[in-house]
Design a protein around this ligand. Structure first.
Ligand code: PEP
Ligand code: MN
Length: 357
């Protein structure tokens, strides 16, 4: 069994006693003025930990890839003038050395980096003998073991003040979310490592500022310890992730609106379980809709190639294999039969409509 040797994520006077622990700041440090103005506004709203990306991993080249080391001096100024702690993302050993040189208080590892064990090991090696809190974002792909692997690498290098950030997972379906939240993964992480603080990044999950409040509330309902939210003095003009950033003032309103339920109430666990059911049902519906779309494509293919809709051998095969599979997963054959027949009948119905169009 994997084990982590952890210490609380305290930062002098700021700790997890304060729930949620909030990290806020712009996606990217752009100019000294933008960093200082945002930091002063956040400090005025009572925020204590300032985030800003110095090196930005962009999906495609050509976007703003970060100001680089020059911006670290601005973070130092933020700390000096506002008293806020500072946090930034590191993706290479060079980033680590630079951030440490400028006294950054918290480091985080980005989703694209967590997915790469070579990169995480390089960061862990660069951190040997250093005592600094490190937050690990989930990898872009929903792989809990890979996420835990990154924690183990850092922990073995001596990093004990660890936390994780749920920022959602890449998916082809970008209807509502930029990165699909899969709450059961951080929940399972918590089950395995109860002492590990969990943050939610509603900005990168939602990709839109309108979703920040509800995602943050959901994280609170699931007993997450913290939030990391992108906040900018002039969000619409941000050089990266403009649509998901909020002003420090809006952030304050969002935080004030959050309902923190008493962790000790006995009804809490029922609520947790219901949240999980809501999440699983959403996934179930998404998978069903995806299956119907594929089935529609098959319908189109059959029409173009003049093949009849009902292929009974194929249906028998599906029914038999899936019932067996279901039984191995603890689902009764009778239940599987009802579910599969309903799905099949709907597929046939849709394909008939396509045929007759
Ligand atoms: C970020 O926090 O600005 C960032 C790049 O996030 P992620 O690694 O989650 O994409
Ligand atoms: Mn961002």
């Amino acid at each position: 069994m994997d084990t982590l040797d952890l210490l609380p994520l305290e930062l002098e006077n700021v700790g997890l006693a304060e729930r949620p622990m909030v990290i806020a700041g712009p996606c990217s440090a752009e100019t000294e003025e933008q960093v200082m103005q945002t930091a002063h506004e956040l400090a005025a709203q009572g925020l204590k930990i300032f985030r800003a990306g110095i090196w930005k991993p962009r999906t495609k080249p050509g976007g703003f890839e970060g100001i680089g080391s020059e911006g670290l001096a601005w973070l130092k100024r933020v700390k000096k003038e506002t008293g806020m702690f500072t946090a930034t993302e590191v993706a290479t050993a060079h980033h680590v050395y630079e951030a440490l040189k400028y006294g950054v208080d918290i480091l985080w590892i980005g989703a694209r980096t967590t997915a790469n064990p070579f990169a995480v090991q390089e960061i862990a090696d660069a951190l040997k003998g250093v005592d600094i809190p490190v937050l690990v974002k989930n990898p872009v792909n929903p792989d809990l073991e890979l996420w835990i692997g990154a924690l183990l690498r850092l922990n073995r290098a001596g990093i004990k003040r660890l936390g994780v950030i749920h920022r959602g997972f890449s998916s082809y379906d970008k209807k509502i979310y930029r990165n699909l939240p899969q709450w059961h993964l951080p929940v399972e992480m918590k089950r395995r490592f109860p002492q590990l603080p969990i943050f939610c990044d509603p900005s990168h999950i939602g990709g839109k500022r309108d979703l920040i409040q509800s995602l943050s509330q959901q994280a609170m309902d699931l007993q997450f310890e913290g939030l990391i939210v992108e906040s900018h003095c002039n969000p619409d003009c941000a050089w990266s992730d403009a649509s998901q950033q909020v002003t420090p003032e809006s952030l304050r309103a969002i935080l004030d609106s959050l309902i923190l339920r008493d962790m000790k109430q006995s009804t809490e666990s029922l609520e947790d379980l219901r949240k999980q059911i809501d999440e699983l049902d959403t996934q179930l519906l998404e998978v069903l809709a995806r299956r119907m779309r594929v089935s529609d494509e098959i319908g189109l293919y059959k029409k173009e190639h003049n093949i009849s809709i009902l292929q009974t051998t194929r249906y028998d095969e599906i029914l038999e294999k899936r019932c067996l599979m279901g039984e191995q997963m603890g689902l009764s054959a009778a239940f599987m039969k009802v579910v599969l027949e309903a799905i099949h009948s709907e597929s046939v119905h849709r394909q008939m409509q396509i045929m007759n169009k």
